[in-house]
Design a protein around this ligand. Structure first.
Ligand code: NAD
Ligand code: UDP
Length: 347
């Protein structure tokens, strides 16, 4: 029988792309999202792409009563937990909001999973757990996680600690034990190749790719490049951009890996390409995709930006047999296809 996967935050950017891949791989999917940072349009878009209705609950996953009802009805075999707030700058201003939502949702989810004998979880973590690492090529075993520079980042690291401690504790012992795979994402960009599903941030985007596409589509005036005087080949920061569809597929590999485990199990795995690209690389790739110049100006550095970091992706290849397939030009072409087809996102 097909396995049932509960996807929290499945209306969001990465979650919605993962739901498409899951359904297309014949998993039964149940989505829970409170639509804090997403819209019902994403659920409708998924349905359009996969050609079937998506089982969706508009609910907060810190609400144990509702989670309990959903789990009773659907008996999921595993959970992929995307739900959380993710805006770094907002988390600096509203740390309690971030600690409350991100930690509460994970703790509540674990408690309800335990009640329902559901013991397998894939968690959305982030490369931000490595900050301030001293190396630039982040490896799961040798790069130390350190206090991240934002409350958002701290919530990700603390959620990893909560998960790992719960794996090693005794509260799942009368079941088969808890198994968790924590996926540490680098910089997801791109969109579904249909052009009907993509990133639709609330308000003015903080991230590079949606900012550029909104300039290209005329919603914003010009891109501001935060510093071109770093000690990097073209002076702008280097990041590891990963196509959101590759990233989504990484979750299916993560699930398969999880299904092979039993007993107490925790593992953290990077999902990135291992290939750094600069802000100018991304911009030039978008210019090719859009077919015209994209206005920009160089401004001063953004607080907290590191000159460069990227994944050591070798563990994902070794344990998940996961390698990324889509390059930067495909990422920007797909982002632009989505934005140009839907200038105002899902609205
Ligand atoms: P997103 O904001 O698009 O998706 C998150 C979804 O979770 C949203 O639809 C939101 O409405 C929902 N949500 C938030 N709190 C909830 C709650 N308490 N109950 C139910 N739903 C809730 O973000 P995304 O980019 O798709 O990120 C998904 C996950 O991946 C997040 O946990 C994020 O921290 C993590 N992550 C994202 C990135 C990135 O650059 N996008 C990088 C690393 C890690
Ligand atoms: N960036 C930029 N202008 C923007 C947004 C981002 O120059 O409007 C740069 C930013 O300084 C960083 C890179 O683009 O070097 C990626 O930034 P993003 O916020 O997307 O990801 P993160 O910094 O979280 O890795």
């Amino acid at each position: 029988m097909n396995k049932t996967i509960l996807v929290t935050g499945g209306a969001g950017y990465i979650g919605s792309h993962t739901v498409v891949e899951l359904i297309q791989a014949d998993y039964k999917v149940v989505v829970v999202d409170n639509l804090y940072n997403s819209s019902i349009g994403a659920i409708q878009a998924i349905s359009g792409i996969v050609g079937q209705k998506v089982i969706f609950y508009e609910a907060d996953c810190a609400d144990k009563k509702i989670l309990h009802k959903i789990m009773t009805k659907h008996s999921p075999d595993a959970v992929i937990h995307f739900a959380g707030y993710k805006a770094v700058a907002e988390s600096v201003v509203k740390p309690l909001l971030y600690y409350r939502n991100n930690l509460d949702s994970t703790i509540s989810l674990l408690e309800v999973m335990r009640e329902h004998n559901c013991t397998q979880l894939v968690f959305s973590s982030s490369a931000t757990v490595y900050l301030d690492a001293k190396e630039v090529k982040y490896n799961e075993a040798t790069t130390k996680t350190n206090r991240p520079f934002s409350p958002y980042g701290t919530t990700k690291l603390v959620q990893e600690y909560i998960l790992e401690d719960t794996v090693h504790g005794e509260q799942f012992d009368n079941l088969s034990g808890l198994q968790v795979v924590s996926l540490r994402y680098f910089n997801p960009i791109g969109a579904h190749s249909s052009g009907d599903l993509g990133e639709d941030p609330n308000g003015i985007p903080n991230n590079l790719a949606p900012y550029i596409t909104q300039v290209a589509v005329g919603r914003l005036e010009q891109l501001q490049i935060f510093g071109d005087n770093y000690n990097t080949p073209d002076g702008t920061c280097l990041r590891d951009y990963i196509h959101v569809v590759d990233l989504a597929k990484g979750h299916l590999s993560g699930l398969e890996y999880l299904f092979k485990q039993s007993g107490k199990f925790f593992d953290a795995i990077n999902l990135g390409t291992g290939k750094p690209a600069s802000v100018f690389d991304v911009l030039h790739s978008f210019v090719k995709a859009v077919g015209r110049k994209i206005p920009y100006k160089v401004v001063s550095r953004r607080d907290g930006d590191l000159p460069e970091f990227y994944a050591d992706p070798s563990k994902a290849e070794a344990v998940l047999s996961f390698v990324t397939k889509l390059d930067l030009d495909k990422m920007t072409a797909d982002s632009w296809n989505w934005q140009s087809k839907h200038p105002n996102g899902f609205n």
